[in-house]
Ligand binder design. Sequence first.
Ligand code: ADP
Ligand code: ASP
Ligand code: MG
Length: 402
Amino acid sequence: MENNLAVLKYGGSSISTFDKIRKVAAYLQKRVSKKEKLVVVVSAMGDTTDHLLENVARVTDHPNQEDLAMLLTTGEQQSIAYLSMALKQLGVQAKSLTGYQAGIQTVGHHLKSKIASIADQRFLDLLTTNEIIIVAGFQGFNEYGELTTLGRGGSDTTAAAIASILECPCEIYTDVDGIYSTDPRLYPKAQQLSQISAGEMMEMASLGAGVLESRSVEVAFNNDIPLYIGKTLSNEKGTWIVPDDEMLERKAVTGVAVDDDVIQVVLSYPTTDFKLLNDLFNLLDESEINIDMISQIDDENYLQFSFTAKHNDKIQINALTGVLKETYQDLEIVLNENFVKLSVIGAGMRDMHGVASKVFRTLIENDISFSQVTTSEISITFLIDHENNQKATEILCETFNL
Ligand code: ADP
Ligand code: ASP
Ligand code: MG
């Protein structure tokens, strides 16, 4: 592909007012005046998506998924129209496309879809006659022609996927000037990273660092696409996400991620009938609910099984546990909503020992109890009380100089 092509993405806070939209348009005009061609992916303005969701309760308490997707896609559709108008006002040749028009075909549930393919020829054709193509993030359509969304924060993935098919860099612009060791809103002394390995970024994102949607990192990484995170309309240098073997320095711990979109489900059943677990997993699969942090205790006549899932899935979890109780009358189910998932991430954990014990010691010495622990090659995750969230983040960042 042409080397003067890039995909840029602007998140909701970057275009939350009309003034910001005009300023972003002026910046884009400068870029195309230097003979660049751009594809610009935008999210819904400000908190539009949240507001659209809040309104649903005024109409129904059982919204249909297809209707929700139809509603939520309107947020991004407004943004592409306004940005296109602002660009044309500046004399820039711009063309706006919804996900449907951009040929973003998806698979899966209406609100958790994954991109299956993108009509790349349409982009190439439009780029010959336009300087900027604006695409509505977060949306696509399924095999039945119904509108779908990619899950919250999904515009990052739209941008990474388009950059992948066009084989060009992807620049994500947001309200922080790059990736920090932890969320700077939780720990203002957090340090900005000039680069982070794709493996660590994927781990941070999937463990709750909301700055990037985790699939966007995966898509860019799998397709060898350079990914950059920077602050909208700022000259500050941001963060490059680089292949794992290109990292200049490998620290034992690179970051701490906090995920408060978590619910713990504990099932207790007075026999060790594994058919129950089989039925549970089938129901979870049918509803496309991802679970993690699984633990199980069983003795001769008792089974306790717990897992965590996204808080967003609570309604579906309630529905499926209701189905299970019809068959297993003695089943007790408790949903705990007062936990957060706290993770310590670092590629250096692979070959440096003592990291896990230092993390455990730090938490214990500071009276922070945890109820479940999981590990991967490059991370350790704890379930802790919501009220200890800030304190635990601070002490771990201090311990590891983050
Ligand atoms: P956008 O609307 O642009 O997609 P998001 O709100 O999704 O922006 O992501 C940016 C926010 O991510 C920041 O304001 C910051 O509070 C949060 N964040 C969480 N973890 C991190 C991190 N490790 N580094 C930087 N920002 C982070
Ligand atoms: N507008 C959507 C959301 O709020 C998608 C995005 O911002 O990436 O989740
Ligand atoms: Mg986001």
